[in-house]
Design a protein around this ligand. Structure first.
Ligand code: IMP
Ligand code: MG
Length: 194
């Protein structure tokens, strides 16, 4: 199936209705919640309380919201800003080009940044965002992703904090979409279309 993974435009037919399919659960809401809490613990220990969060939209919005509240319970009270990046035109393979659709507005000079995304696949999106923040004068940029697909890496980039490492399957839910749908699912799963 042809996915329009993270673009900001919809054709009329794509916008019409959610593509049919059943979602098979890979990680339940409870499993995700436990993992997010452990990640917050690790981040608070490593980066300390004085950080700025930059979340890459759209896919990371659910993860970021939960992680921020978990960080709060670990004494971390960050500034937060959002950046919308798109790495895909159409089709399931990346075009390799990253575009800034919406930039952050806060000053990052001297900041210790936790850069959050939903999933690390080719690595192009996060490599691009990290370089951008470093070029603008951030003191340190660490990467945090809910999911990592190490087999799909096209350029060398490792996340400092990973929720779950998965194989080469297309996943939806907990912020991740297929054709702009399924983001609201409280769990992460794969779609089967039969
Ligand atoms: P990359 O690391 O530059 O390839 O970018 C990965 C981006 O593609 C993520 O931020 C997601 O928006 C999207 N993406 C990659 N794999 C999936 C998937 O399995 N489900 C939904 N979106 C995905
Ligand atoms: Mg994304």
């Amino acid at each position: 199936m042809a996915a329009d993974k993270d673009s900001n435009t919809n054709t009329a037919s794509e916008a019409a209705k959610r593509p049919p399919g059943t979602v098979e659960v890979m990680y339940s809401a409870a499993e995700i919640s436990a993992r997010v809490s452990a990640l917050a613990d690790e981040i608070a220990d490593t980066l300390g309380p004085d950080i700025m969060v930059v979340a890459v939209l759209k896919g990371s919005f659910v993860f970021t919201a939960d992680l921020l509240r978990a960080l709060h319970h670990h004494g971390v009270h960050p500034r937060i800003d959002f950046m919308t990046l798109s790495s895909y035109g159409t089709g399931t393979e990346s075009s390799g080009k990253i575009a800034i659709t919406r930039d952050i507005t806060d000053d990052v000079r001297g900041a210790k940044i936790l850069l959050i995304d939903d999933i690390l696949e080719s690595g192009r999106t996060l490599a691009f965002a990290r370089e951008l923040l470093q070029d603008r004068g951030a003191e340190r940029v660490q990467l945090c992703v809910l999911l990592d697909k190490p087999e799909k890496r096209k350029i060398e980039v490792d996340a400092d904090y990973v929720g779950f490492s998965i194989g080469d399957s297309f996943v939806v839910g907990y912020g991740l979409d297929y054709a702009h749908y399924y983001r609201e699912l409280p769990y992460i799963g794969t779609i089967s279309t039969d």
